[in-house]
Design a protein around this ligand. Sequence first.
Ligand SMILES: [Zn+2]
Length: 378
Amino acid sequence: MKNNWLSFISAFGLFFIIGCSSNLKPFQNKGQVSNLSFDEKLIWHQSEEFEKEAVNGNHIYEDPALEEYLNNILNRLFPDYVDVMRIKILKSPSYNAFVLPNGAIYINLGLLAAFENEAQIASVIGHEGTHFIQKHGAIQYQSVQSARAMSTLLMGIPIAGLLSVLANTSSIYGYSRKAELESDHKGFERLVKAGYAPDAAASAMQKLLIEVKDSKTDEPFFFSSHPKLEKRITLFNKMTKETTSRSNFLGEKNYQQFIKNILQDSARLQLEFGRYNSLISLLSNEQRQQRYGGIGYYYLAEAKRKTSADNDEIIKFYQKAIELSPEFTETHKDLGLYFYKLNKYTEAKNHLTYYLKNTQSTKELKLVEYYLNKLSKE
Ligand SMILES: [Zn+2]
């Protein structure tokens, strides 16, 4: 993972290899966006190529209502830059978000599912939007070591490959510490000005910290290149104390409504990417479990199967999933197959038969028929 990550950084550096010779100054207003220098235009062009790859490679998660909701949050935070930046959702389970130098902000599905309210995601959007306005991305390219970048260029790493690494490992490039602090400060100001509860910035970081600790992951993720999460929490707590805003607007209900439909897809992605500990930590929280309904127990059972040998517990989770979400037939299929593995043939037969009769999906019918056929001979 680490090696991938290093080669990724150098590769990505080359992706924006066109170094800027001019000294880039932050945008002062929206008007300057349509008045870019030649070097910046090239960087923007590269960003657009990247965006095309994201679409062509099927990396974008389509949920127009959620996308619009997130873009409205963006506009609320940056009313002076409406229609300049935009938000896309990336099909990735990791807790990550990043912005391209042309103002395209990508938020991973996993991050959206992990947060609890609008103010938390707003604090991340405020941070990423600030990177754009301050041109941190473009400035970073100026310091790319061309020799290193060139050697990667010769290796011919395709952009599409970069994208999947990007989506699943870490926040885009290591901005300088100064740039990160600037984004934390100015992002926080935006959050407060937009009327969100100031303590949401610290609580968003807190959320990620718990997530990382619980999932026992040391993968480079969201803020790996950022100052340590603990330090940022301390910083945000200090800023919260110092601000005059007393807003307690979190927008929790609205947020939960909009992310309701992504929870299952996010859980499925976690499973596909083998992030079992993350998934277990996410779903072991009772309050969170309630939001997922019975389907949460199904994913909990699936993740436990990969990490634990406690058969009784796994069966209990499957059964709980059936009890709470009987319409989700997938549970019957996987519980049936699990019973088969445990040589409990009667139970296996019951569940697989139920699945065959009730499922709308045609995807795994053959598999289920195969096992039922085998069971009929037991
Ligand atoms: Zn950052």
